[in-house]
Design a protein around this ligand. Sequence first.
Ligand SMILES: [Zn+2]
Length: 295
Amino acid sequence: MTVPDDLVAIDVHTHPQTEEFLAAMGPRRAQMAQHFGQQRPVVSFAEQADQYRSRRMMAVIVNSDSETTSGIRGAPNDLLGKAQADHPDVFLAFAGIDPWKGAAAVAEIRRCHGEYGIAGVGELNPSRQRFLPNDRRFFPLWETCAELGLVVMFHGGFPGAGAGTPGGGGHRLENARPIPYVDDVAAEFPELRIISAHPAWPWHLDNIAMVWHKSNVYLDLSGWGPKYLPPEVVRYADSVISDRVLFGTDWPVLTADRWLAEFDQLGWKETSRRKILRDNAVRLFGLAGSGSGED
Ligand SMILES: [Zn+2]
């Protein structure tokens, strides 16, 4: 598809909040509400689509399946595929997969690609799903995504999941380090396009280095109110890595309105601002129209 000229922004990181997705959070729903200090009301896909459409924005909708490690099955990927089909002007669907499911996870990626034309896979969370992306047992997943032209999103840095509980829910922070775990995948699969989600604090400098070094890796600024972004992230995003930084909210944790209001307080170069909000995602997802001047 081709995006309209008046498209304002693409939010590359939103978590659907329909009944099914909230149920699939299990006990994490209450823990995350505590951590972020906000409850999670049900929002239908139609309502979410309206929120973005009325602002002339698009949104990536992500999913997760951690059945092997949590015992709770993720919401069906069909829900996202159908939401994308119902609202093709707004949504780009990512399929949630459980990397431990091996061949079944590969088959699920192929099925979602074939049936729905999904845009990517993720958000994968190496801490919560307890895996290391550079473990060769998971390479068939990344190989498949590269073959099908799907973007893969890895959560980077501090996870809300388990935060503030004894033992952090058993989730290890180490797994969410961009270097070496995501950097290795990017090196092994140069044709694979990766979103390293969030600034990845406390490893935001590693994240910047990885994105600067490897042109197949993008970072999204989601999950942080822009006014709290570490200064180095803003400095590099506004200069050497401005071609590979993406607007993302982590909705519903942050709304696009709040995010943009804070983002605009940071004094971006106009060229960087447009790239981050819109043009980098247009290029990453191949949404440029012919003759629009974008590559
Ligand atoms: Zn995340």
